[in-house]
Design a protein around this ligand. Structure first.
Ligand SMILES: NC(=O)c1ccc[n+]([C@@H]2O[C@H](COP(=O)([O-])OP(=O)(O)OC[C@H]3O[C@@H](n4cnc5c(N)ncnc54)[C@H](O)[C@@H]3O)[C@@H](O)[C@H]2O)c1
Ligand SMILES: N[C@@H](CCC=O)C(=O)O
Length: 525
């Protein structure tokens, strides 16, 4: 790594500013993205190794990551780690931890700054991998890359802040200090839906705080994770600090979670897998010297709520953006619209009209708003929910699979009971359940009446109601008079309550504390 310590501190003194989103109306940006798509297209179909202790290991057994827009197109063939290789990676990470834990915070932060710089240079190239591998539109892919850059910039600064002197009460005759030290070996297990941002965020948070990590990418998004591994290698991150372990989530995942040398698990994914990890990690394994910590970010059943005082046009626009952005495959997706009776028909009509205008198609094209859902399993699950929904409400828009890829039309189902399955269960696709509420109080009750608590939006122009919503709408990310997706790092620290996870706030000032433990040091004068 070339960045000197002074440069690192100077860089960290610059205020954190979110990376701007690309303006694709500019011809230069369009040209750059098209060129990057061509470049990535020329790289599709390669074979990728595991990376353990800096060594690239190609396994006999591989799995293919395919383009959900065109499933016959292979993104790449990925080595499939065995149980033995997973345990070997943990051993390597544990050995590496004994040196990495003493590396000064400014050196660790320097790797994040250097990685951020490379990611900025390769922004369109990284966007292109997401457009191909998980069907993100240009805008959604660019926002994901921007968020990854933000996590690197933000956590570098946070690591330096935490390494500084912490406030403790001093007493006569002693010098007291509180220092944050790392935990140990991390199993980092990200989802496929923010395949760059969340993967980078959790991985960088783990190693910038002095831990070492095994990164097990989602099996539908390993290519993007590999691009990050390339960047870490190019900035000179020492071998063994982050080990790359594609493979079966259930086989490799369980192995990592159960290994007694793993100190904590940073996971983002579904409710059921999160619960599985929570339970397995709580079991004390033979030779384990700690209680495994779990940092779990799980599902949501988020709602956009509208009362009779709201700006109805703005509310309808937000409902559609929250429900169908990235095909509804966001934990923050507004999969419920809860509208008070007095304005229900008017808002519903606007939602139907706007939904019908959404473009569904090839995400490599700049004008496409919605691409495919991520894989065949997701498509089948979502279509099954649509069939259930036809019995729980009135299908007004969409409901069909389209074309040869995993494309599903944006689907609106109205007059849904608030306890219906499509109003309670996370579908994780382009399906919106529209629920009628009697009044403001009923709407707020319905909004809170799921097992989740991740994000929520409330449209009202009544000041007293705004204060009640702030106090009573029980979600980790609450938005008033705007859509319920699109949290910015540092601006809206992200994470939710109840079954949405362990209440962590990614991109917040307390997030890195989850990756550390505090040590009090007292020196007699
Ligand atoms: N709360 C948040 O911040 C947030 C963010 C993004 C996604 N999500 C949630 O993630 C889900 C979609 O992502 P997904 O489909 O990748 O979720 P998933 O739970 O299917 O997979 C998540 C990760 O866990 C791995 N995994 C699977 N089985 C495992 C096991 N037994 N042990 C350990 N790891 C295992 C997978 O390989 C993947 O890497 C949705 O429920 C969404 O709400 C939540
Ligand atoms: N942080 C993202 C959601 C991540 C979950 O999928 C948002 O705020 O929209």
């Amino acid at each position: 790594m070339t960045t000197t310590t002074n440069n690192i501190f100077t860089r960290a003194q610059q205020p954190f500013i979110n990376a701007a989103f690309t303006d694709f109306s500019q011809e230069a940006a369009q040209r750059a993205q098209i060129e990057a798509l061509e470049q990535v297209k020329s790289e599709l179909g390669q074979t990728y190794p595991l990376i353990i202790n800096g060594k690239k290991i190609k396994t006999a057994e591989t799995f293919a990551s395919v383009n959900p827009s065109n499933p016959s197109q292979v993104i790449g063939y990925f080595s499939k780690a065995s149980v033995e290789q997973a345990n070997e990676a943990v051993q390597v990470a544990a050995r590496t931890f004994e040196t990495w834990k003493h590396v000064p915070a400014e050196e660790r932060a320097g790797y994040l700054f250097a990685a951020a710089d490379l990611m900025k240079e390769r922004r369109f190239y990284i966007n292109a991998w997401m457009i191909y591998e998980v069907g993100k539109s240009w805008v959604e892919a660019d926002a994901d890359t921007a968020e990854a850059i933000d996590f690197l910039e933000f956590y570098a600064r946070e690591a330096l802040r935490l390494s500084g002197e912490q406030p403790v009460v001093q007493v006569e005759g002693e010098k007291n200090a509180l220092v944050y030290i790392p935990l140990g070996v991390a199993a980092v297990i990200p989802p496929w839906n923010f395949p760059c941002a969340i993967m980078v965020g959790m991985t960088s948070a783990a190693f910038v705080t002095g831990n070492t990590a095994i990164l097990k990418p989602a099996s539908t998004a390993p290519a993007i994770a590999y691009q990050f591994m390339r960047i870490l290698e190019e900035v000179g991150l020492p071998a063994g600090v982050v080990n790359f372990l594609p493979g079966s989530g259930s086989v490799i995942g369980d192995t990592l979670v159960d290994n007694p040398l793993v100190r904590f698990i940073a996971f983002t994914g579904s409710r059921d897998v999160g619960l599985r990890i929570f339970e397995r990690a709580s079991k004390h394994q033979k030779g384990q010297r700690w209680l495994k910590r779990t940092i779990l970010e799980m599902g949501g059943k988020d709602a956009v709520v509208v009362d009779e005082t709201a700006d109805l046009e703005a509310a309808a626009t937000a409902i559609v953006a929250s429900a169908f952005g990235f095909q509804g495959q966001k934990c923050s997706a507004g999969s419920r619209a809860i509208i008070v009776e007095q304005v229900y028909d008017e808002v519903l009509a606007k939602v139907v009209e706007k939904t019908k205008k959404l473009t569904l198609g090839d995400p490599t094209q700049p004008t496409t708003y919605m691409g495919p859902v991520v894989d065949e399993n997701a498509m089948k699950k979502i279509l099954d929910y649509i069939e259930i929904g036809k019995g729980e409400g009135q299908l007004l828009v969409g409901g069909n699979h389209r074309g040869s890829g995993y494309f599903i039309e944006p689907t609106v189902i109205a007059n849904v009971d608030s306890h219906a399955r499509i109003a309670q269960e996370e579908i994780f696709g382009p399906v919106l359940a529209v629920i009628k509420a009697k009044d403001f109080d009923d709407a707020l009750h319905i909004a809170n009446d799921t097992e989740y608590g991740l994000t929520g939006a409330f449209f009202t122009q009544n000041a007293q109601r705004l204060e009640r919503v702030k106090a009573e709408y029980h979600v980790g990310n609450l938005y008033l008079n705007r859509k319920c997706t699109g949290a910015l790092v540092g601006v809206q620290p992200f994470g939710g309550f109840n079954m949405s996870g362990t209440d962590s706030k990614a991109g917040g000032n307390d997030y890195l504390l989850l990756f550390t433990q505090a040590k009090a040091i007292s020196v007699k004068k």
